[in-house]
Every structure is written in C-alpha cells, then in structure tokens.
Ligand binder design. Structure first.
Ligand code: PMP
Length: 310
C-alpha cells in the first residue's frame, strides 16, 4: 500500500499533515509558482523515473525570479527531496510531483515584497490525462491567453491558472476534450495546459515564446526527438487558427498530456481525423524515453527506488 508524503516547512511529513493556514498569502492572491513533474513507472525494472528534473527545477527558479520568491535551494537538494518523496510513498504506478514555491506569510495585502517565502512539494498518483490513442477533440477558446504584459505566461504562476481553468471548463462543458487559446493578436497560443504543434509540409511548426506560452519541457522533448530521431525540423513562428484546420497533423504536448494528437478543432477533422504518422512515431519514442527504456536519453530520467542487487 502506498502512502503519500509531502515536503512541508522543511520536513518530509505524511501528506495528510501538510496543511496551510487560511490567511496564507499565496492562497488568497495566487502568489505561488509551481511545477508538475511526472514519475513514470517501469514494470520490468520495478522503477519510477522522474522526467527532466533539472529542466523543471530550472524553470521553477526562473518563475521565482519573476515573482520575487526567494529560492535558496541547490538542484541536488531538490532532486533528493523529489526522489525521497517517491521512495517513501512507495507508489508502483505513474506519479506526479508538484513542487510549489509560495508567499507563505499569513497577512493581508496584495503585493510581492516584504513577505516570507517557502517551498513545498507533494506527490500524487497520476495516470493518463487525455486519451492519446483516440486523440483530442478541441475548440478555439472564447478566452484569450493572458499577455506577458498582464501575467507572464513564461512563469508557472498559480494565479495564471484561472485563465486556463476558464478555458478548460468552457471546452469540457461544450463537449470538447481541450481548449486552444489565441493570444490578443489572434494567433495560436496554447492549450489550457499544453503547447501546440502542427505538421505542415514535412516540418513541425509551433508558436514562439512571444505568443504568451509557457515554454514547455515536453515541447522541448518533442522538438529534440523530432530533430534527433525523425530528422524533422521545428519552426517557431506565429500560427493562425485556420492553419490548424488545414494542417496535415496537429499535436499537443505537456507533462500531463504527454504527446496527444489533436484530431479535431472547432468541428473540423484535422488531417484524416485520427492520429497521423508523425504523432504516432513521436508518441512511441516519447514513451520509450520517459520510462527510461531508451538509453540515449537516460540523462533525462532520474530513478527513485534504490536498485536491488541481482
Ligand atoms: N502550457 C501550460 C499553460 C501548461 O500548464 C503546461 C503544463 N505545465 C504546458 C504548457 C506544458 O509544459 P510542460 O511540457 O513543461 O509540462
């Protein structure tokens, strides 16, 4: 039986004991930044591999700079907390690690300065998010992605997820799996929790960071695997909504969503309305890589359980 643990106030405690006060600044004003890291279960090795820990903690540090959250942790210390949480909790399935750096003072007053900061981290079991085989049916959201001039999307700020939640719920209640948001100029930005790619004339095309996206780690994984393993170039440029309608394929990438083909947008099938050849090759490679089965990318995978000697 697995029991979840959390890192809270500089100690590892059972998750059930990690509670914040109702006046906590981050809870009231959205002044926290976070990451989502997947731990992928490998049955043959009886191992959980945490995927791209370095990149997630580097991005967390950048988010902290933007939100003036003090973050005095070395990467090694963070890796050790994350792997210990998995090992102590004892899951034998896919998990999710959520580090969250937050304004922890219990005071009123909206601001970023003159507040205490803290870090917490917890674990939860986490299976599939979208149906990869079936693909995602999406809509163009009536909500626009927040602009860098309002709340910077490049920082993974809790408060920004009000924007994603509005879009996701609108999409789901209208019968779609996921929302795709446009930026204020009307170009494709991203999904509620995913970056977007299209396949056009044998190349991948994806919106640049200046389209108010969170610069995704799965996005980088897809770009790298496409280049290294499929010999495919990725172009970063503005994409119009109707380019998705006419694309050969469309896919979304994210820690939760993995690589999921978008098979329909606004009631129009994309390509032939099912997973296309590029998505199919990328998905297969991606799962090999994240479960530690492809040695070329072993440096992206951190094992958690101490290895039993043969
Ligand atoms: N955009 C948003 C808004 C997200 O929440 C996420 C998920 N973290 C992504 C993109 C994809 O980022 P990543 O691949 O690093 O998970």
């Amino acid at each position: 039986m697995a029991t979840p643990y959390a890192y809270f106030k500089k100690q590892i405690v059972p998750l059930a004991e990690a509670k914040i006060g109702v006046m906590t600044h981050a809870f009231n004003y959205g002044t926290a930044v976070f990451e989502g890291i997947r731990g992928n279960w490998n049955t043959e090795e009886q191992q959980i591999y945490l995927f791209r820990l370095k990149e997630h903690f580097d991005r967390l540090r950048q988010s902290c700079r933007i939100m003036r959250i003090e973050f005095p942790y070395e990467n090694e210390e963070l890796y050790s907390i994350a792997t210990r949480l998995v090992e102590m909790s004892g899951y034998r399935e896919d998990v999710y690690i959520r580090p969250l750096a937050y304004k922890s003072s219990e005071v009123l007053g909206v601001r970023l300065h003159d507040l205490e900061d803290d870090l917490l981290m917890f674990i939860a079991p986490f299976g599939p998010y979208l149906d990869i085989e079936k693909g995602a049916r999406c809509c163009t959201s009536s909500w626009r992605r927040v602009e860098d001039t309002a709340i910077p999307a490049r920082a993974k700020i809790t408060g920004i997820y009000a924007n994603s939640a509005l879009a996701k719920t609108e999409a789901n209640l209208n019968g779609f799996d996921e929302a795709i948001m446009l930026d204020e100029r009307g170009h494709i930005s991203e999904g509620s929790g995913e970056n977007i790619f299209i396949v056009q004339n044998g190349r991948l095309v994806t919106p640049p960071p200046s389209s108010n996206i969170l610069v995704g780690i799965t996005r980088d994984t897809a770009i790298t695997l496409a280049r290294e393993e499929l010999g495919m170039v990725t172009v970063e440029r503005d994409i119009d909504r109707t380019e998705l309608y006419t694309a050969d394929e469309c896919l979304m990438t994210g820690t939760a969503a993995h690589i999921t083909p978008v098979v329909e947008l606004d009631h129009r099938p994309i390509g032939d309305g099912k997973m296309g050849p590029v998505a199919s090759r990328l998905v297969r490679l991606y799962f090999e890589v994240i479960t530690g089965r492809n040695r070329k990318y072993a440096h992206w995978c951190t094992p958690c359980y101490s290895r039993v000697k043969a």
